[in-house]
Design a protein around this ligand. Structure first.
Ligand code: NAD
Length: 283
């Protein structure tokens, strides 16, 4: 399966989605607001294809052909004939709303509009369109060329056909899908990691075990590739605090109530790898 795909936003996620899709045979229009953003996006894609070629996982001809299937534009009207649009712009509802409102006017009636949002309810995004049944969440993971999961999220009105077409697209670019049947805050993946990080931070905060031992427990006891506190440092303690606060506000489920320690760490700027200090010190 392949066809015409439009990707809105050429940042980390959008460029990754464009990369795997072009490699799978999709004709991709990549749209961002500036030529610089587009150049950064395509530069990253070229470099990544280059790495796959040097490792023998892609031929130079296939890389070139895939690159040839990606066109870039700053003009949103250029995405009008897409079969599927995947939006991957900043995680701000107003920005996404503006895009979905415009897309709704310019694309065909049968075009699927997917959002790569990590946390915004799909129903809220769909509400500004006249086609909520054709709006769906397609939550890819970073780095897109390496991570196999795509979390498909049904909004309140998403149709079975939209879900099936989005699944077919994601599978055609090599992903394995899970389906989130109700548009709950945090979907499935962010709820799971939030619950684990909150409990790990509480155990650490109350002196039950060291950060190292909590992470070792998850790695050696459950086969996790990385422990929850190391994951929090990698993702950003601030990002996870925000995610878990959101889920707690919506669900009022105590297990998502973030411990005081996470708030104080964020207040103090100890947000993980990007600041040099989180649950661990990073050199
Ligand atoms: N970074 C992650 O690990 C990750 C994982 C899963 C999902 N997400 C979600 O994916 C989305 C994008 O995240 P990212 O990390 O790629 O962000 P990013 O900051 O790397 O890229 C966002 C891009 O969107 C562009 N943009 C902004 N407004 C635009 C508009 N009106 N039209 C076109 N382009 C526009 C920006 O110029 C930028 O290039 C967010 O919703 C985020 O929550 C991120």
């Amino acid at each position: 399966m392949a066809g015409k795909l439009a990707v809105i936003g050429a940042g980390l996620m959008g460029s990754g989605i464009a990369q795997v899709s072009a490699q799978a045979g999709w004709d991709v229009v990549l749209r961002d607001v500036t030529d610089e953003a587009l150049a950064r996006g395509t530069g990253g894609i070229e470099a990544s294809y280059g790495k796959f070629v040097s490792k023998g996982r892609l031929t130079a001809e296939d890389a070139e052909a895939a690159l040839g299937r990606i066109t870039t534009t700053t003009d949103l009207d250029a995405v009008a004939d897409a079969d599927i649009v995947v939006e991957a712009v900043f995680e701000k509802l107003e920005v996404k709303h503006e895009i979905f409102r415009t897309l709704d006017k310019i694309v065909r009636d049968d075009t699927v509009l997917a959002s790569n949002t990590s946390a915004i309810p799909i129903t809220k995004i769909a509400a500004v369109t006249g086609r909520p049944e054709r709006v769906v969440g397609a939550h890819f993971f970073s780095p897109v060329p390496m991570m196999q999961l795509c979390e498909l999220v049904r909004g309140y009105k998403t149709s079975d056909e939209t879900l099936a077409r989005t699944r077919a697209f994601a599978e055609s670019v090599g992903k394995t899908c899970i389906v989130v049947n109700r548009d709950v805050a945090g979907f499935v993946t962010t709820r799971l990691i939030s619950a684990l990080v909150v409990e790990a931070a509480k155990l650490y905060e109350s002196g039950v075990a060291t950060a190292e031992d909590i992470d070792i427990a998850c790695k050696l006891g459950f086969g996790h590739a990385m422990g929850p506190l190391a994951t929090a440092d990698l993702t950003g303690v601030d990002i996870l605090l925000h995610a878990t606060e959101n889920i707690y506000t919506e669900s009022q489920d105590e297990k998502f109530a973030p411990p005081e320690l996470m708030r104080r760490m964020v207040d103090a700027g100890d947000i993980g790898r990007k600041s040099g200090q989180g649950f661990y010190e990073h050199g």
